[in-house]
Design a binder for this molecule. Sequence first.
Ligand code: SAJ
Length: 401
Amino acid sequence: MKACFMGLGYIGLPTAIIAAKHGIQIIGVDINPKVVEMTNQGELHIIEPGMQELLQEVVTTGQLKASTTPEVSDAYFMVVPTPFKGNHEPDISYVEAATRAVIPLLKEGDLYVIESTSPVGTTDKMCDLIFGLRPELRDKIYIAYCPERVLPGNVIYELVHNDRVIGGLNEASTDKAIEFYSKFVQGTLHRTNCKTAEMCKLTENSSRDVQIAFANELSLICDKAGINVWELINLANKHPRVNILQPGCGVGGHCIAVDPYFITAEFPMESKIISTAREINNYKAFWCAEKVQNAMLKFELEYHRKPIIAMMGLAFKPDIDDLREAPAKYITTKVMQSCNNADILVVEPNVQEHNVFKLTDYKEAYEKADIVVFLVAHSVFKSLPHNDRKVILDFCGIYKK
Ligand code: SAJ
């Protein structure tokens, strides 16, 4: 069995590695020659615990090879980014380009799968493209949509153990895709059609976005009402059927802050809660930046000098070193811009150095600062002593009970 993975990013590369580890011959394709070169040298270009050793192993045994062009295989997987354009319209041009690249290689009996998060109807569009150019393959190849669900930081475990949803163009396609994924997935493989599988992925991340927005909205209300939001949520969650998530300084990463737009762009009239949740979560980062700016002004009026501020955390969530689309980064930039970069100590304990921010050790920054702003709930911050003489802005519940 030979499989071709189009895209060696945060999902494509780990999936290719795990599949290779389970005996499938893998050709991993990426348009970036640097990624291809690093992968062939057994060097991981993404950040994911435990993955480096696995890559080294499958490259050494020859199970995985990277290239800038696809090769004739038995199965083809589209695992490329689906960003959105300026107006939040989904951009499926990478899926289309990857599909066009494999169309000339397709032969009878092959499997073609889209894993990229995609707007509803993308698989049907790619079918039209494939059969438009290769009409002789109609009913002769298998086509399915199968989204990934792994949590960055826990990919090795989740790729194998999570349940997956597999939506085939027809029953035979679903069967063929299930046959492939069952080579390395131990979770249940749930059957459906392409459209439902596409919508399922968007629904999962939108559901989380809506739930986080609820928590963030509560945090705004509680701030005005003088109520500790962390205590409130903890108490409300004692109800057997209530499970509120945690507020933070916004929603980051490449998934939850993006995927809901794939629904709102296509169904603007119907997706009221989903679009409002996006607005609330975006607004939360803006609100945090304003809170910091107000605290700075208040300090200056009271002490007649500029405060030293510690911005604690840049990552998009706790205990990772991934800064992609991180609200903490946005807030820090906004605060720095408002005071000519003066007296701001930027902290990210999970990153050695950064090309924009000069990083300070978290203990040193906490010690020196007049105003401490907790942006990300990294575990190491929780051991810092509570100092009543400092102004503490705790946006992520470091000191929650
Ligand atoms: N966040 C909160 N409060 C919470 C939980 C999260 O503010 O209670 C924030 C985080 O700080 C972060 C953002 O939400 O900024 C997203 O973090 P996350 O841990 O919720 O999710 P991701 O983006 O790391 O991964 C998600 C997962 N989807 C769901 O949990 C429904 C993952 O399973 C998906 O595979 C991934 O998106 C993806 O690739 O789509």
